[in-house]
Design a binder for this molecule. Structure first.
Ligand code: 5GW
Ligand code: MN
Length: 350
């Protein structure tokens, strides 16, 4: 009897040891996966772990007297996907109530920043961009537009509504697109660090060779916000123009990738966009040191970033169409689109 219970104790101890070893092994491999992905993030501070995200998303208060159409739980858009597999909303016309959203966000007294680069001849696009932003971009909200240009004296005088401001920052001229592109993320990173920390809640980074045609407002707010590229959204992921060389830090392997996102528009909470800009810049620069330039420069790095760091809100191609493309039936409204440009005329010929 005594001997038998001794054996039971030994078996139990052995089992416990085995479980301990298994648990340790599992924990180690989990840590390996995590630290591999963190290679994407610069080690010197600002990593996801020590970034404090103060979110306006967490508590949505509506005014109690607002009258609006009853939302349906069984009827809505059925021709498009309105939620990602990680349950982020995909914003299409007909999925949100603009009056309700505006009344929720008005109470939060938020400020939205937008950055736009107009280097060299791209200054010619700025007037249209700014004038149409006045008509459609966060109308009725506090908006600060930051223009980065080498031609500050050519910035058009556009009349802006109360609470909306234009800030002009000088940048050196550059003949190489690679330099302009590389510096975009750096300038966004330092702008956030040095100027925006205390007065801005959300930021959007937009291409200047585009203009607004319809509402772009509070429905687009989220932690990390990406826009679906209009050129590829019906294609198989094998056709997406991701960076395909493993040597690049923008690499996306075959069989990976959710959507192909635009480099010409992205945004979100200030802290989220800061981490994105910092990470993309550091990966871009580390690639450059090894003589690698990703297929679509920062757009490739952005796509790699969004594959690992899933956007919490995805904007449909309504939010960055292209003027040369005819409108597809699922696109009920074009809100923002890239203008047709004469490359020979506007780009520095290097
Ligand atoms: C872009 C391509 C080749 C050489 C120079 C440029 C360029 C881009 C430039 O000379 N000046 C400039 O301000 N940019 C900024 O980068 C603009 O904000 C522009 O919207 C953005 C992205 O370049 P795009 O719009 O030519 O790129 P795609 O992919 O929209 O055609
Ligand atoms: Mn563009």
């Amino acid at each position: 009897m005594h001997l038998w219970s001794g054996k039971v104790v030994t078996v139990i101890l052995l089992l416990a040891l085995l479980l301990g070893v298994l648990y340790y092994y599992n924990f180690q491999s989990y840590r390996l996966v995590v630290s591999f992905e963190q290679d994407q993030i610069p080690p010197e501070g600002g990593s996801a772990a020590n970034t404090v995200i103060t979110s306006h998303e967490l508590h949505l208060v509506a005014p109690n007297n607002l009258q609006y159409k009853q939302p349906s739980i069984v009827q809505g858009r059925t021709d498009v996907v309105t939620v990602t597999p990680w349950l982020a909303p995909v914003v299409w016309e007909g999925t949100f109530n603009p009056v309700l959203l505006d009344s929720i966000y008005t109470q939060k007294n938020i400020t939205i920043a937008a950055t736009v680069f107009a280097v060299g001849k791209y200054i010619m696009f700025l007037k249209n961009f700014l004038e149409t932003a006045e008509q459609h971009f966060f109308v009725g909200f506090k908006v600060h537009i930051y223009v980065f240009t080498d031609r500050p004296e050519e910035v058009p005088k556009v009349k802006m509504a109360a609470g909306r401001q234009l800030m002009v920052h000088s940048v050196p001229s550059s003949r190489r697109w690679q330099e302009i592109s590389a510096r975009r993320m750096e300038l966004i990173q330092t702008l956030i660090e040095e100027k925006l920390q205390n007065d801005v809640d959300y930021i959007f980074c937009l291409d200047v060779d585009s203009k607004f045609h319809g509402r772009w407002g509070t429905e687009s707010l989220g932690g990390l916000v990406a826009v679906i590229h209009p050129g590829y959204y019906r294609d198989d992921r094998s056709k997406f123009p991701y960076e395909r060389r493993p040597a690049s830090r923008a690499y996306v392997a075959p069989g990976q990738g959710d959507f192909y996102y635009c480099g010409g528009a992205f945004g979100g909470l200030l802290q989220e966009v800061h981490l994105l800009a910092k990470t993309c810049r550091s990966n871009f620069e580390a690639d450059a040191k090894e003589g690698i330039e990703a297929a679509w420069q920062e757009e490739s790095h952005l796509n790699r970033y969004m594959w690992i760091n899933k956007p919490s809100k995805v904007l449909s191609p309504e939010y960055l169409w292209q003027d040369f493309k005819s409108r597809n039936p699922e696109v009920h409204i074009i809100r923002f689109s890239g203008v047709v440009k004469n490359y020979a005329e506007i780009r520095p010929n290097v």
